[in-house]
Design a protein around this ligand. Structure first.
Ligand code: IPD
Length: 275
């Protein structure tokens, strides 16, 4: 049975190359446009980096399938089959990238028979590399990761992201959810502008939990393996199993904190990635 370790090495190499391309591009003038909403940004660099990653991987693995953020935005069907599938976010934190706010990552996840096998996330500004392979642990620059073991939500630091919808009804639910989380009371809530790097903070034990409505499969795929391998849990916002295509997630160091977050949340409907 394949253990995919060679694919992990390839993913690490291409994530580093892509990350270097992003860190060069951040110093140049950016060509910015928007996708689903005026706040859902894309730049020329997003397209170039995705093209680099997918063309390199496709040449090496011609039978594999690919789900990429910008290919999906361009109309390629976002479909997870049983085939080995690479799930790619070329620049996670595009809005940060546009503003040179230093929280930007390249994220590469890999699934086989719809099961996530490994994940690689490269922080483009400081070169931090997060990696994990199912059953083999999670690492940050080669050092083993361990989630926070905190079970008491009143001692928790919780991360979230806003998502692209900014209509008044959505913002009311978003702010209502945050109010409930803050008034637990928790130690605090943080929004850093990158779903993947937020999830890596949970894997590192720097935050106890993360929740979001409106993210995509390429924001969760790699990070879900990294959190699970660091000892944490990743689930649906209803408390059920994670559905990669559902555009919603709760992740935490402990089940107790995850379940507390789940109970506070009123849902925001973003539809699905695969429809
Ligand atoms: C987005 C960022 C953002 C989060 C969105 C993501 P992108 O990814 O992580 O912080 O709120 O849900 O889709 O568009 O920068 O790759």
């Amino acid at each position: 049975m394949a253990d995919w370790s060679e694919c992990v090495d390839v993913a690490v190499e291409i994530a580093r190359r892509a990350g270097q391309m992003v860190s060069c591009a951040v110093q140049q003038e950016k060509r910015v446009s928007s996708k689903s909403t005026p706040t859902d940004l894309v730049t020329e660099a997003d397209h170039q980096v995705e093209e680099l990653i997918i063309s390199t991987l496709r040449e090496k693995y011609p039978t594999h399938r690919f789900i990429g953020e910008e290919s999906s935005a361009a109309g390629v069907k976002c479909e997870l089959t049983d085939s080995p599938t690479w799930i790619i976010d070329p620049i996670d934190g595009t809005c940060n990238f546009v503003h040179s706010f230093p929280m930007v990552a390249v994220s590469i996840g890999f699934a086989v028979r719809k099961e996530l096998e490994f994940g690689v996330i490269y922080h483009c500004f400081d070169g931090t590399l997060y990696t994990a392979r199912k059953g083999h642990g999670a690492f940050c620059n080669g050092v083993r990761l361990q989630v926070s073991k905190e079970k008491d939500v009143s001692k928790a630091l919780i991360l979230t992201e806003i998502g692209a919808k900014r209509d008044s009804a959505t913002l009311d639910i978003f702010l209502g959810n945050m109010k409930k989380i803050l008034s637990a009371p928790t130690h605090g809530v943080r929004i850093i502008g990158s779903s993947t790097l937020s999830l890596c903070q949970v894997a590192s034990g720097a935050a106890e939990a993360y929740y979001q409505y409106g993210l995509h499969c390429w924001d969760i795929a790699a990070a879900a393996v990294i959190i699970r391998e660091a000892g944490g849990c990743v689930m649906d916002t209803t408390g059920g199993p994670l559905d990669l295509m559902s555009r919603r997630v709760v992740a935490a160091g402990t089940r107790e904190v995850a379940e507390y977050v789940v109970k506070q949340l009123q849902p925001i409907n973003y539809g699905r990635d695969d429809l």
